[in-house]
Design a protein around this ligand. Structure first.
Ligand code: BGC
Length: 248
């Protein structure tokens, strides 16, 4: 595995990137961020990723690059678009990023990248059984890891709970939009994680996304049978996981 790789995490509100030490799973550079362009159109996102990438000059030309994206990714194509433009559906996105960045890249779902980050360097490392990582952000992303192996594209943010899509009920963006208190939001999370428990009987839940830095405000309010912990790599899990996958 090479030591340094770039990870780029495309989200519903921000596009973030950093140079990652792939032996340790640490950031070697500052974390750069540019707002996701309004509407999330393919051309605009590609332009923004190029702009972000150019901030990491001075690295070797063949530095590995991993890009993670908030959609189902199959064979390098984006197959869904919940919080971005519908124009992504069916696009050969990996190829488009490779053309614009002028190199091979590793392209993966954002929550799956976070899952790999936690598996290789964080809270899922060395854990047997089923770990379910959920990222709470603009939407809800999920990564299923069973005995150290990722099962990709699980998309558990789109489960229906009481007639509503889970991410429309309990994403961190819903807390902000509706100005919910931690307690009010935790009631929605309780409903969601209870449902996941019923379906999957996991051994560990991990909570990622920007709000994981405030885990102390809401995790103690949840009463679940399953151990539940914040992601150790916090909101950098996607960047670190994508870079690590690119490095090999
Ligand atoms: C998307 C997922 C993504 C999640 C978090 C959902 O709306 O369908 O692919 O992982 O948001 O960004």
């Amino acid at each position: 595995m090479t030591d340094a790789a770039i990870g780029i995490d495309i989200g519903g509100s921000g596009i973030k990137g950093a140079v990652v030490d792939c032996r340790k799973g640490d950031l070697l550079s500052d974390r750069e961020r540019i707002d996701t362009p309004q509407g999330g159109e393919p051309e605009d996102i590609l332009d923004t990723v190029v702009e972000l990438f150019e901030r990491f000059d001075g690295l070797e030309d063949d530095v590995a690059v991993g890009v993670c994206f908030p959609a189902i990714i199959r064979n390098g194509c984006t197959m869904s678009a919940a919080n971005i433009s519908k124009k992504w559906i069916g696009l050969e996105a990996e190829k488009l990023f490779e053309q614009r960045l002028k190199r091979d890249i590793h392209f993966v779902n954002d929550a799956d990248a976070a899952g790999i980050g936690e598996l290789r360097y964080g809270a899922a490392s060395g854990r047997d059984g089923l770990t379910v990582l959920t990222t709470l952000g603009t939407g809800i992303g999920s990564a299923l890891i069973y005995n150290g192996v990722l099962i990709p594209n699980s998309e558990l943010g789109h489960l229906e709970i009481d007639g509503k899509e889970a991410e429309k009920l309990a994403a961190a963006s819903v807390k902000d939009e509706k100005d919910l208190s931690w307690k009010e939001w935790a009631e929605r999370l309780q409903r969601y994680y209870e449902h996941l428990e019923l379906l999957l009987s996991p051994d560990l839940f991990l909570i990622g996304g920007g709000v994981s830095k405030d885990a102390g405000d809401f995790l103690p309010l949840l009463e679940l049978q399953t151990e539940i912990l914040p992601a150790m790599l916090k909101n950098n899990a996607g960047i670190i996981g994508a870079a690590s996958l690119a490095a090999g």
